[in-house]
Write a protein that binds this ligand. Structure first.
Ligand code: AMP
Length: 437
């Protein structure tokens, strides 16, 4: 088995890797690092959890620190494109860790936050720029960043970029890169459009393919619980209480669904937060930090927000909704059983989700054990809020205040109002067990 010492890496980098606590390189690292150190292009078919970030960052650090180079303002020496802010931040963290004492300058830029600090970092010159595509193009268009000096280009999680609609942005970025450079492309899957991009940007690449799903999947105790949709909230609470969970990541299909679960759990004295695209960057970071530190044991996430999240110690993944595409299942459950540990993945499957389950089972080549849960229908606070009254924007004049006080929304003026739950009562409404009729 290859050891880190067998790889052609600088002593400082080896020391940093050792300090990170890694004994031996993962397969993608062992196969990628030598050709990358020689300057070859690389096509890496691998997903998060395989150690792919170190596979490309270690040779980058090696190459960039290898020669004296005076930095030019606004013109970074290398570029890593990542689909999400979370992934971009995690890559930056890893670069800081592996690149300690190498005196290389790196910065991360992404949208959703002010641009001033990012512009300053670019002005100071950078060895490594990590960026999400939208903000990068924005800053390029404003003249704060030029890519004509990029020596190394990494396109990370290319298939996810495609899913998120970044394909045109990526093509625009690629068009600005110089012809002569080293290029690496990482993708968990290879849809046709990514094959097209790979053919265009990679020159005689080394192809490294690792298949963590099976090895990861094998270490995860997976099961499915059939239940009615309306019983899922109660089931989640039961799972969280029964299973002796440490950190649990709960996946939902929609942002709204994630918020509803947070409200429901909080109303039942279970601390939870959500991360999804509608949350501000600072709220997402705070939620992730609280989860990492264990201050919050339950994090609710949508697929895109959770992509690339690397938190040690996630004991359980709960699929509150079955994922629409089967590959997301593998990505989701891969958040547990990190770093050689075991984990549990529990999927709630209602009658409308059986087909999604079949697709998952076909992809992973396993028939998952199934249990059935019969509970009661409970609701999130958000479901129990009275509907907002409809107001026709053209209707005028408005009812006078004294008439409105006594009237129910949408009821004829003057009709006696039914008592509405008071605002302060919202949390209590959430506790009530309601039998679905
Ligand atoms: P990645 O696939 O790059 O997202 O990495 C997944 C996780 O594996 C991260 O927490 C890394 O810190 C960790 N990791 C990377 N390389 C190694 C290694 N050689 N041994 C153990 N853990 C590693």
């Amino acid at each position: 088995m290859t050891k880190f010492n067998d790889l052609p890496l600088l002593d400082t980098i080896l020391k940093n890797v050792q300090e990170a606590g890694y004994d031996s390189p993962t397969p993608i690292q062992a196969q990628s690092i030598p050709p990358l150190c020689e300057g070859r292009d690389l096509l890496g078919i691998a997903q998060t959890g395989t150690g792919k970030t170190a596979a490309f960052t270690l040779p980058m650090l090696q190459k960039l620190s290898g020669r004296d180079f005076s930095l030019t303002p606004k013109e970074p020496r290398s570029l890593i494109l990542a689909p999400t802010r979370e992934l971009a931040s995690q890559i930056k963290e890893q670069i800081d860790k592996y690149g300690k004492d190498l005196k290389l300058k790196s910065a991360v830029i992404f949208g959703g936050v002010g641009q001033a600090n990012q512009v300053n970092a670019l002005r100071g010159g950078l060895d490594i720029l990590i960026a999400t595509p939208g903000r990068l193009l924005d800053l390029m268009n404003q003249g704060f960043c030029k890519l004509n000096r990029v020596e190394i280009f990494v396109l990370d999680e290319a298939d996810r970029m495609l899913d998120m609609g970044f394909i045109h942005d990526i093509k625009k970025v690629i068009a600005q890169l110089p012809e002569k450079k080293q290029t690496m492309l990482f993708s968990a899957t290879m849809p046709n459009e990514i094959v097209g991009i790979a053919n265009r940007i990679l020159k005689n690449p080394v192809r490294v393919e690792v298949t963590p799903p099976s090895s990861t999947v094998e270490r995860i105790d997976q099961r499915v619980i059939f239940c009615q949709k309306a019983h899922k909230y109660q089931l989640l609470r039961k799972v969280l209480q029964d299973e002796g969970v440490e950190l649990t990541l709960v996946f939902t299909r929609t942002k709204h669904g994630a918020n509803k679960i947070v409200d429901y759990l909080n109303a039942h004295q279970i601390k939870a937060s959500a991360i999804h695209g509608n949350k501000s960057q600072s709220a997402r970071e705070a939620a992730l930090e609280n989860f990492k530190s264990g201050a919050i044991k339950v994090l609710i996430a949508t697929d895109i927000a959770a992509r690339g999240i690397d938190v040690q110690g996630v004991s359980h993944v709960v699929n509150f909704d079955m994922p629409v595409d089967a590959e997301s299942y593998v990505h989701r459950i891969g958040r547990t059983a990190r770093a050689g540990k075991d984990g549990d993945a529990i999927s709630f499957c209602d009658e409308t989700e059986r087909e999604a389950l079949s697709r998952v089972q076909k992809l992973i080549g396993l028939k998952l054990p199934v249990e059935t849960f019969v509970g009661v229908a409970e609701k999130s606070v958000q479901d129990t809020r009275p509907p907002r009254p409809y107001r026709d924007p053209r209707a005028k004049p408005k009812a006078k205040p004294d008439q409105r006080q006594n009237s129910k929304p949408n009821a004829p003026v003057g009709q006696k109002a039914q008592p509405q739950p008071k605002k302060e009562d919202k949390s209590k409404v959430g506790y009530k067990f309601r039998n679905k009729k």
